[in-house]
Design a protein. Structure first.
Length: 203
């Protein structure tokens, strides 16, 4: 998992509340066995018509926001089913940060394990960011995980809370496997001792 300290990026506005995980990554793509490639299917049903033509009005198809790594969304983001694929799709598309007033609890955990910083701001603060991203060309935000702040170049500044353990993992770039591997020496020693004890019992 890539470390996260501070990111400055275009902000993409998704001015919708109650965005559920079936819209983030529709169920027909959950059969894939890989953890990569899901970015192509992010918001699939909103990005294109049933005939497969891009929906020009949808924000992911807007060239003004190409390369954005920060997504600003409405309240209750990623509600619905608990699929971790939602976090995989957002990450694979290139998002490192999602800002919203509230998030679904299980998604909040899944996102952190996949290197995505979730910043909970007030509805008024999010409304300001959505408006700025929609009306100011090239609007950028800077998100600092170390300082737990979201700022822009126009005087906006807000703070967000983050669990200390999740913050540590994101700063160090540690997912569950990475955390386990930090104890590789102790695990190897335990296995060696366990094997030796088993051999002695067998004699």
């Amino acid at each position: 998992m890539e470390k996260f300290t501070t990111l400055t990026s275009l902000a993409m506005p998704l001015d919708r509340a109650n965005v559920d995980t079936d819209q983030i990554i529709p169920k027909q793509f959950l059969k894939r066995v890989e953890r990569t490639g899901y970015g192509d299917f992010l918001f699939f049903d909103w990005r294109q018509t049933p005939e497969g033509k891009p929906v020009a009005a949808f924000v992911l198809n807007d060239p003004r926001y190409k390369g954005a790594q920060i997504l600003v969304a409405g309240k209750n983001f990623a509600c619905g089913s608990s699929r971790e694929h939602a976090a995989w799709a957002l990450s694979d598309f290139g998002f490192r940060v999602v800002i919203a007033p509230t998030f679904a609890d299980i998604f909040f955990s899944n996102a952190g394990k996949n290197g995505i910083v979730l910043a909970r701001l007030s509805e008024a603060q999010v409304a300001t960011l959505l408006n700025n991203a929609q009306t100011i060309p090239g609007y950028k935000l800077t998100v600092s995980l170390e300082e737990q702040t979201v700022i822009d170049s126009r005087g906006f500044k807000a703070s967000f809370e983050v669990d200390p353990f999740r913050k540590y993992c994101l700063l160090e770039g540690l997912d569950d496997i990475g955390l386990t591997l930090r104890h590789a020496a102790e695990l190897d020693a335990f296995e060696a001792k366990h094997d030796e004890a088993g051999w002695l019992r067998a004699k």
